[in-house]
Design a protein around this ligand. Structure first.
Ligand code: ADP
Ligand code: MG
Length: 278
């Protein structure tokens, strides 16, 4: 867990899917810089392009416009998804060791490292269990151990807590905050949970839809370890929510969303930067 962190920058990144009347502008003009070692969260309504942005950051989608710069360019990236995506026929230990063996680490060393990582997420006693013998929260912990095993310089997470019950999610959020701080890696988290974003991140980026774009940037200055109910965290969550509501009036009223983004200056479009202190 000592890999140097990576810095990541999106410069004018856009992404379209489909053609003609079916065309979707999933992302448009995204400008975003993630300093090395920072924790950034992206929040926004369903369909605003969060997963698309993360997939581009992971290097899994190259069909975008603009550019993405990562320093160092060959930094290790790890991806944690909403579902753990474990191999059901492998034990927890072998699920983690598998990714290491796939990169050429000898079997014995891979297993030893897998055990180390399972211990980091509190699962040392469950190394010999199969995924179906583990709860949803424990399975997601195995997936986290697997992500950490490669000592990523960049950790990408796509709604990793949203399939868990709230108590389990709370516990795992605390562990992720702690592990991210200790490893020093750069983290990009996608979530639709504003409170979660403000609890975990140094900076929260709000996104709007049609087209998917950045509509606000909020620094969360509350010290770590944080309390979800800390005034700085709650105040920041209020600001982020207000920004998202202003850009998508339907979120507040429950009515049909507009077919076009609001004009600049009309109710929250454009980028806002605010600082939330403790
Ligand atoms: P989010 O993660 O914020 O919910 P996504 O990034 O998954 O949003 O999707 C953004 C938009 O792009 C949506 O309208 C979605 O339907 C569309 N989209 C995403 N991936 C594809 C794809 N492979 N083909 C066509 N449309 C896509
Ligand atoms: Mg998504």
């Amino acid at each position: 867990m000592s890999a140097a962190a990576a810095a990541l920058a999106f410069r004018g990144v856009g992404r379209s899917f489909g053609h003609g009347r079916d065309a979707v502008r999933a992302l448009d003009g995204v400008e975003l810089e993630l300093p090395a070692g920072s924790f950034t969260a992206i929040v926004g309504p369903s369909g605003c392009g969060k997963s698309t942005l993360l997939t581009i950051a992971a290097g899994l989608d190259t069909g975008y416009d603009g550019s993405v710069e990562m320093r160092p360019h060959d930094a290790h990236r790890a991806y944690l998804f909403q579902r753990p995506r474990l191999f059901p026929w492998l034990t927890a230990r072998r699920n983690v060791a598998f990714v290491l063996e796939a990169t050429g680490v000898p079997r014995a060393a891979a297993r030893a490292r897998a055990e180390e990582c399972l211990a980091l997420v509190g699962l040392e006693a469950a190394a010999d269990r199969f995924p179906l013998q583990l709860s949803g929260g424990m399975q997601q912990r195995v997936a986290l151990a697997r992500a950490l095993a490669v000592e990523p310089a960049l950790l990408l997470m796509d709604e990793p807590f949203s399939a868990l019950d709230e108590l389990t999610a709370q516990r795992l959020r605390g562990e992720v905050a702690d592990l991210a701080a200790r490893s020093g890696c750069t983290v990009l988290l996608v979530t639709h949970n504003i409170a979660e974003a403000c609890f975990l991140a140094d900076r929260v980026i709000a996104m709007g839809t049609r087209p998917g774009r950045v509509i606000g940037s909020f620094e969360i200055a509350a010290p770590h370890p944080r309390d979800e109910q800390a005034p700085g965290v709650l105040a920041a969550a209020g600001r982020v929510a207000a920004c998202l509501r202003a850009a998508e009036p339907a979120l507040a009223t429950g009515t049909t969303p507009p077919t076009r983004p609001p004009a600049p200056g009309a109710g929250g479009a454009g980028t806002t930067t605010t600082k939330a202190s403790t």
